[in-house]
Ligand binder design. Structure first.
Ligand SMILES: Cc1cc2nc3c(=O)[nH]c(=O)nc-3n(C[C@H](O)[C@H](O)[C@H](O)COP(=O)(O)OP(=O)(O)OC[C@H]3O[C@@H](n4cnc5c(N)ncnc54)[C@H](O)[C@@H]3O)c2cc1C
Length: 354
């Protein structure tokens, strides 16, 4: 089992709408520090399943809808997906005192600063990290918040009350543009652009299902918002389970230096240890490290979540795909282990961020 997985009891279940619940979690004192999080991050839940899966479970990510600045306990908010397995299992089965297996918080959908103005674009359950960011900026920072929020109909709007309370508590600092599909149809990029135009000079955070994130991206492109100012969280289900953990036993630190044919040599720093490895040219770093038994953090293995971020200190690498790092992070040498392959010998990579 992944060493970042912990048993966490549900403290409270709040019915938000007819098809969405919030699970407030009672993290045991012994691991509370490991559950320190930033607004916008997510948890990964292990959901029992007898479907075709390796260990009788599937893994799903759920963003924290609580704010570390306003809420005593972390909480996730889950909306039923039509025909979906885990979201319906959670809504039907989880009750107070249910014990869930949960990975420590991760993700890079986090505001650069709570003192900067932000533009937030969300659809449906995509409001969860966005409401955490909004609560955090308004209560612990000095930034203003503009929110574009699309929903099917009024009854499906999650956190209508929370947003109303925030607007009343922070007059002039929270602007909400609400979009109801039953009145206007699905929001297109031109619709979104028209409503967010006054806020196009801000850092933007987009969250929701694929169709919505694509429309919101296109809207921001129409407004010439550079990609370096756009963070994206796309809601999709994990194909793999990060609960399985590393796949073999640990290679002792400082093992041999001569590269096998078709491999480069590399040095990896992780949790205070240094590992010399052979890194096959077309194999992503994460696969190599997990096969060696190193318990490096990861969740999606698809470049989307940012959990396996590490930094290239020397040598040259490239990413096969990048959906979560923005330009200034790439400029700082950050890379995603699940997508990184070597291009030279002598690559030096550190997981421990300074
Ligand atoms: C970083 C992140 C944060 C997230 N945060 C939240 C959150 O805060 N709240 C939230 O509600 N969700 C969130 N999600 C989405 C969540 O992780 C799940 O993807 C969502 O709950 C659906 O999972 P499910 O098991 O219910 O659906 P799944 O069973 O995965 O099904 C998803 C869809 O695919 C269809 N489908 C399933 N199997 C097949 C098949 N074999 N062939 C064709 N179609 C199929 C289903 O009908 C359904 O429409 C987040 C996702 C990510 C990546």
């Amino acid at each position: 089992m992944n060493s970042r997985a912990h048993q966490v009891a549900v403290f409270e279940v709040i019915k938000e709408t007819v098809d969405a619940v919030t699970l407030v979690l009672d993290v045991p004192q012994a691991v509370r520090e490991k559950f320190t999080y930033s607004p916008g991050q997510f948890l990964t839940l292990r959901i029992p399943s007898d479907q075709d899966c390796r260990d009788g479970s599937v893994a799903r990510c759920y963003s924290l809808s609580s704010s570390p600045h306003t809420d005593d306990r972390p909480a996730v908010t889950v909306k039923r997906t039509a025909g979906g397995y885990a979201s319906n299992w959670i809504c039907d089965n989880v009750a107070v005192d249910t014990v869930l297996t949960v990975l420590e918080p991760s993700g890079s959908f986090v505001p650069r600063s709570l003192d900067a103005d932000v533009l937030l674009c969300a659809a449906g359950s995509g409001i969860t990290p966005v409401v955490s960011i909004a609560k955090s900026v308004l209560t612990a920072g000095s930034g203003d918040v503009a929110l574009f929020y699309a929903n099917r109909d009024r009854d499906s709007v999650i956190f209508a009350g929370v947003l109303g309370d925030l607007a009343a508590r922070f007059p002039g600092r929270l602007t909400v543009a609400e979009w109801l599909e039953e009145e206007h149809g699905l929001p297109g990029s031109a619709d979104i652009a028209a409503l967010v135009r006054p806020f196009a000079d801000r850092d933007a955070y987009i969250c929701g299902p694929t169709g919505f994130t694509a429309a919101a991206h296109a809207a921001l492109a129409q407004l010439d918002v550079p990609l370096s100012r756009i963070r994206n969280e796309e809601y999709r289900s994990l194909e793999i389970s990060p609960f399985d953990g590393p796949e073999a036993s640990v290679t002792p630190p400082g093992a041999g230096r001569s590269a096998a044919p078709g491999a480069h040599t590399a040095t990896i720093e992780f949790e205070g240890e240094t590992y010399d490895i052979d890194w096959p040219k077309n194999v992503p770093l994460l696969d190599v490290l997990l096969a060696k038994g190193l318990d490096v953090p990861y969740v999606c293995r698809e470049s989307a979540c940012g959990t396996c971020v590490c930094s290239v200190r020397s040598g040259r690498t490239r990413m096969l795909l990048n959906e979560s790092l923005i330009d200034d992070e790439l400029d700082r040498g950050l890379t995603l282990a699940c997508q990184t392959v070597p291009e030279t010998d002598g690559v030096h990579i550190a997981f421990d961020q300074d």
